[in-house]
Design a protein around this ligand. Structure first.
Ligand SMILES: Cc1cc2nc3c(=O)[nH]c(=O)nc-3n(C[C@H](O)[C@H](O)[C@H](O)COP(=O)(O)OP(=O)(O)OC[C@H]3O[C@@H](n4cnc5c(N)ncnc54)[C@H](O)[C@@H]3O)c2cc1C
Length: 370
């Protein structure tokens, strides 16, 4: 076997998308993964334009544009649906935030439509009474991320070698596997989420546990991904536990209900108290949920950088080491943008968007400025 041009560590949706894109650019890639289920297997698969800061907006909007080329080619088992997102305002003052969101999305040519209370009910008639209105973002959608990751790997074809093994040390250009194998390449891309903490001196990544619950199958009552407008406040809480209403109607007739956030808890068992708070929150928006059967709940681990934004690009002082880490709650959405950005950087091409906001070197500057 010829030596690869790039080794990608981690075959979640981020590593799989990067490996695929690198092979599209003509490179030979070895993708190595330890076979443990990561965040991709646990998440919601909501493709969503998020706008908490200009860089996040640029990356999510660009990724959604890239998704639009990919989605029609996906097989049925990737369960893509163009359901859009309905952002829900409980209080009238949240409509001001909805309007600011509409303007920010419009700045990057993402369409959305403000909805008064009656227009919201017309879009989703079974929503609970008393909501103030909302914002409809028709370009968002959903996928089943584990199957999309598998599809990326299949599409990569003969230029990709996929191996199972745990990387235990990085001494570029070498990687040491637990089973004794050693792999070598001029470029090594770490897409192994918080697993990177064991391979790098920097402990850049914190885990944020998240819980989800799914119902039995029922006749369809909802047709959009529903998210409360206060979701970003929960997503960016600096510490502690939080819940926010986020619900996805699955093509199977099941309802996937989220979500919670909790820093630094590696215990994968569901937390019943937080789960109850999450389900109560969901019933605030959809009281009839209380009558449905839940068949499963589980937790997964988002991985977050110190400033909550992903680390994309070269390691600040280790030539040949590249990073695609810290996607927190947006790694499914931003996998294509990440893959295009990294492939451009590794092949020495100019990326379509400014790479500076994602460079890990920003973290040192933030420390100095703090
Ligand atoms: C509850 C929850 C809900 C979410 N909802 C959404 C959503 O709606 N939309 C969205 O866009 N995102 C969502 N996310 C976030 C999204 O799931 C993640 O950002 C994304 O899956 C990260 O992908 P990844 O490939 O970076 O990591 P992972 O999927 O974790 O993959 C990393 C892989 O690397 C492997 N690995 C680690 N260390 C090593 C090693 N040393 N050697 C070999 N292999 C290694 C791991 O086993 C794993 O297979 C959610 C996450 C959670 C937890």
């Amino acid at each position: 076997m010829n030596a690869p041009d790039v080794i990608v560590v981690g075959a979640g949706i981020v590593g799989a998308a990067c490996a695929w894109r690198l092979t599209q650019r003509g490179l030979r890639v070895t993708l190595v993964d330890d076979g443990r289920p990561g965040a991709t297997a646990a998440g919601m698969g909501h493709l969503v334009c998020m706008d908490d800061n200009p860089a996040e907006l640029a990356l999510t909007a660009w990724s959604l544009a890239l998704w639009r080329d990919i989605l029609p080619r996906l097989p049925d088992n990737c369960a893509w649906r163009d359901c859009g997102t309905l952002w829900l305002a409980q209080q009238p003052d949240e409509l001001e935030e909805a309007e600011r969101k509409r303007q920010r999305l419009a700045d990057v040519q993402v369409a959305s439509e403000p909805l008064c209370a009656s227009a919201l009910t017309a879009r989703e008639p079974t929503l609970g009474a008393g909501l103030a209105g909302g914002l409809w973002v028709p370009g968002d959608g959903i996928v089943y991320a584990p199957n999309v990751a598998r599809w990326f790997i299949e599409q990569a074809g003969e230029r990709l070698t996929h191996i199972t093994g745990e990387v235990i040390a990085l001494e570029e250009p070498w990687l040491q596997l637990r089973d004794g194998r050693r792999l070598q390449a001029p470029a090594i891309l770490l897409a192994c989420a918080s697993g990177a903490n064991k391979l790098l001196a920097e402990q850049w990544l914190r885990i944020k546990k998240g819980q989800l619950a799914i119902t039995d199958r029922y006749p369809a009552r909802l047709s959009h991904q529903l998210v409360e407008l206060g979701y970003a406040v929960s997503a960016h809480a600096p510490d502690g536990k939080s819940v926010a209403f986020n619900l996805q109607p699955r093509p199977t007739g099941q309802l996937l209900i989220g979500s919670s956030r909790e820093y630094d808890n590696p215990d994968s068992r569901p937390d019943p108290v937080l789960l109850a708070a999450m389900l109560h929150r969901a019933c605030d928006f959809l009281p009839w949920l209380a009558d449905l059967n839940l068949i499963r709940c589980w937790s997964g681990f988002r991985s977050a950088s110190p400033d909550g934004q992903p680390l994309l690009g070269p390691h600040p002082h280790r030539p040949g080491v590249w990073l695609a880490l810290g996607h927190e709650g947006l790694g499914v959405t931003t996998a294509p943008g990440t893959a295009w950005l990294l492939a451009d950087q590794i092949t020495d091409n100019k990326p379509a968007i400014d790479a500076a906001p994602w460079l890990a070197s920003r973290l040192n500057r933030q420390e100095v400025n703090a």
